[in-house]
Design a protein around this ligand. Structure first.
Ligand SMILES: [Fe+2]
Length: 211
């Protein structure tokens, strides 16, 4: 059964995959003259989703963790400010179109993000999962998803689903099925169908009520 935390893991996995690919593209651009487009076309949307996610954590997850385990969340909040700085550095390098600086900024961003997400999952979210009752977790994760402006939801769905594997896809659908009002869920289902393309059939085999 999908638990609310699975939604966070799925988003984390999408962040990992997207930024690793952008880092690889930036590295290839500097070393072999590859195209920077895989980074240039994605890094702004990537960071918008990252900021919505981080502010959802700061407003909903961290206060709950603070109650369950004082003095844990602050270090993760500081990590977020580090991510903010890394994005600004990457953006500056892009504005100046300095390929070496872009590659260096992407590498730093990628390294810090991976470390941050791994730590959150091994520590902060483990506390969240073990010390906060599941119904309360669901409310918290629901609040997090409200950080996405409604009109941007379709973009987030079409960003997220191609980046994640079948298990994460199934979990996301099952969680949205629980937390979204039915008419909204129906709309989201249409977006997921579009975003998963050939993967849609596999998803409907896991969740037959999608069809
Ligand atoms: Fe975080």
């Amino acid at each position: 059964m999908a638990v609310p935390l699975d939604a966070v893991r799925a988003i984390h996995n999408a962040f990992r995959k997207d930024l690793a690919a952008m880092d690889a593209a930036a590295n290839a651009a500097v070393r072999q003259g590859g195209s920077l487009d895989p980074l240039l076309n994605r890094y702004k949307l990537f960071n918008e989703v990252l900021v919505w996610h981080a502010s959802g954590e700061e407003d909903a997850v961290f206060p709950a963790v603070e109650k369950a385990a004082p003095l844990v969340a602050e270090a993760y909040q500081r990590d977020h400010r580090g991510l903010d700085i890394l994005y600004l550095e990457l953006n500056l390098a892009v504005n100046e179109m300095d390929k070496l600086d872009i590659a260096r900024a992407a590498a730093r961003f990628n390294f810090h993000l991976h470390f941050h997400l791994d730590k959150e999952e091994a520590h902060l979210y483990r506390i969240f999962n073990e010390r906060i009752p599941v119904p309360e977790q669901a409310v918290i994760i629901g609040k997090m998803s409200q950080k996405i402006p409604q009109e941007r939801f379709p973009e987030v769905v079409s960003w997220l689903f191609p980046l994640i594997g079948i298990n994460d896809r199934e979990n996301m659908v099952r969680i949205w099925q629980q937390v979204l009002p039915p008419p909204v869920f129906t709309k989201v289902t249409g977006l997921i169908k579009k975003a998963t393309g050939d993967g849609w059939t596999e998803l409907t085999l896991r969740i037959p009520e999608l069809t």
